[in-house]
Ligand binder design. Structure first.
Ligand SMILES: [Zn+2]
Length: 86
């Protein structure tokens, strides 16, 4: 038997198995259609991990940007300094 994830009220596919109610008609969905607590926890953990990873990567990219900008500014400053130095 294949489990169909559809709302028993409006027969539309269940958009989010995290939500207790149908996203279309608001009917309460049977527990069998929803994720179990363990499944939600596993999903949350995965989500957090992905977020953390992205944050770390963004920070690294940002640091690189700043370093690059600082280097450019220093070079520009040196050039301008040389122009005015006599
Ligand atoms: Zn529905």
């Amino acid at each position: 038997m294949k489990t169909k994830f559809e709302c028993p009220e409006c027969k539309r596919p269940v958009v989010s198995r995290r939500h207790k109610n149908c996203q279309y008609c608001g009917a309460e969905l049977p527990e069998s259609l929803l994720y179990t607590k363990a499944e939600i926890e596993a999903l949350n953990r995965e989500f957090t991990d992905a977020q953390e990873e992205r944050k770390v990567r963004e920070k690294a990219a940002e640091a690189e940007e700043i370093e690059k900008a600082e280097k450019e500014a220093t070079q520009r400053g040196t050039i301008i300094g040389q122009m005015f130095r006599k």
